[in-house]
Every structure is written in structure tokens, then in C-alpha cells.
Design a protein around this ligand. Structure first.
Ligand code: AMP
Length: 220
């Protein structure tokens, strides 16, 4: 079972992915989390990606494609959900080529639709744990102790690319480079459009209602 999750930054891709991997036992492959891991580990790739990420720009296609195809090649047979990749037409076509070589394909694409004002509120209020990548929100997903991760006690931070200024660049990039992928996938895959403006728990039910029948078909 291979799923692609599309949606603007702040659409809730990461949150929905967690629900999806728990329910269907898939691997969560988030290109943003993988890049942040490289940065935390001080790898060459992490160093290369830093400037692009902090300014809200996309990391060059060749770097991302190599990184993600490597992750996919090492993924267990059960399948995965791709979160934040592909993000450009070239990433999508190269992904399809790599899958075709392995006689595989994407089984479903979920497109999370969210209004811009909701996105800005979600992103600028987001705080993350630099150690375990847990995600919180200053208004509606507070940690038990203010500013401290529930899981490992680390001090929470705001991602440098989650400021109001950088969010604008990220949204522009999304609209120009990633939104057209919905048409690309519409031509060849099943795309489920989901209204993701509501609370995560409500969106989750919409996502499951689309995926449950499909998972039965693909897995059984
Ligand atoms: P995310 O956590 O998905 O919002 O990604 C954070 C940042 O990582 C993005 O703003 C980009 O700089 C970079 N990034 C993540 N995925 C990709 C991708 N597929 N292509 C290019 N850059 C990416």
C-alpha cells in the first residue's frame, strides 16, 4: 500500500500521517522530517539543505529525489505514506519511474484542502520538539508543561520556517510548484480530495472513510 499525501504546509499532513500509519501499519516517510534528521546529525546533506529550508525555499530536486528513492528502496514490503514528497513535477515523474522499475505504483493520493487563513494560524502557532520531532500548538495542542515536550522534557522551539514571513514564501512555492501535482495525479491515480479545515480528529474520519475500502482491496 503506497499513499501520497498532498497539501499545503500546515494542511495537517504530518498529523494525518500519524493516524494513517497507526491504523494501516505503514511506514511514515516525511521528507521534511528526514531532512531535519540529517541536519540534527550534521550530515553533508543536512548542511546543504539548511539554507533552503530556513528561507522557505525548496531543496533542489536532485538532492531530494536521491534521498527519498533511497528511503523508499529500504522501506519494508507493507508500504508507506509519503508526506511532503513529491513536491514538484520532476519529483513526481522521477518517483513514478523509480516505482515502475520496481513494478510498483502509488495506490492512492490524498489531497488535504485548507484555507490560507487557517494555514497561517496553524503554522505560526506550531511548536516542535527538536529532539523527538513531536508537534504541539500554542492554542489547541499545548504540552502539559508550558514550552516543554511531554515525551522527553526538551525545550520546544518554533521551526525557523514557521514564522509568518517565511510561511508566505512556502505557500507561494506550494501554489506554484506543488498544487499542479493534483492534476498530474488525477490523470493517472485515484485522488481523494479532503476538506481539512476542521479539527484533526474530524479530518481523520474523512481520511479513514476513503482509505478503509481501498486498503481492503489492496491488502486482502
Ligand atoms: P516540511 O516539513 O514538509 O514542511 O518541509 C520543510 C522544508 O524542507 C521545506 O520548506 C523545504 O525546504 C524542504 N523540503 C521538504 N520536502 C521537500 C521536497 N519534497 N522538495 C524540496 N524541498 C523539500
Amino acid at each position: 500500500m503506497r499513499i501520497v499525501l498532498l497539501g499545503a504546509p500546515g494542511a495537517g499532513k504530518g498529523t494525518q500521517c500519524k493516524y494513517i500509519v497507526d491504523r494501516y501499519h505503514l511506514l511514515h516517510l516525511s521528507s521534511g522530517d528526514i531532512l531535519r534528521r540529517h541536519r540534527a546529525n550534521g550530515t553533508d546533506l543536512g548542511k546543504k539543505a539548511k539554507e533552503y529550508m530556513d528561507s522557505g525555499a525548496l531543496v533542489p530536486d536532485n538532492v531530494i529525489i536521491e534521498m527519498m528513492i533511497d528511503e523508499i528502496s529500504n522501506a519494508p514490503d507493507g508500504g508507506y505514506v509519503l508526506d511532503g514528497f513529491p513536491r514538484t513535477a520532476r519529483q513526481a515523474t522521477d518517483l513514478d519511474k523509480a516505482l515502475a522499475e520496481r513494478k510498483e505504483k502509488i495506490d492512492a493520493v490524498l489531497n488535504l484542502n485548507v484555507n490560507d487563513d487557517v494555514i497561517i494560524r496553524r503554522i505560526t502557532g506550531r511548536r516542535i520538539c527538536p529532539k523527538c520531532a513531536a508537534v504541539y500548538h500554542v492554542e489547541n495542542l499545548k504540552p502539559r508543561k508550558d514550552g516543554i515536550c511531554d515525551k522527553d522534557g526538551s525545550k520546544l522551539i518554533q521551526r525557523p520556517d514557521d514564522t509568518a514571513e517565511v510561511v508566505k514564501t512556502r505557500l507561494k512555492n506550494y501554489n506554484e510548484m506543488t498544487a499542479p501535482l493534483v492534476d498530474y495525479y488525477n490523470r493517472k491515480n485515484t485522488v481523494f480530495n479532503i476538506d481539512a479545515n476542521e479539527e484533526a480528529e474530524i479530518v481523520k474520519e474523512l481520511v479513514f472513510s476513503k482509505l478503509d475500502p481501498l486498503v481492503e482491496r489492496v491488502v486482502l
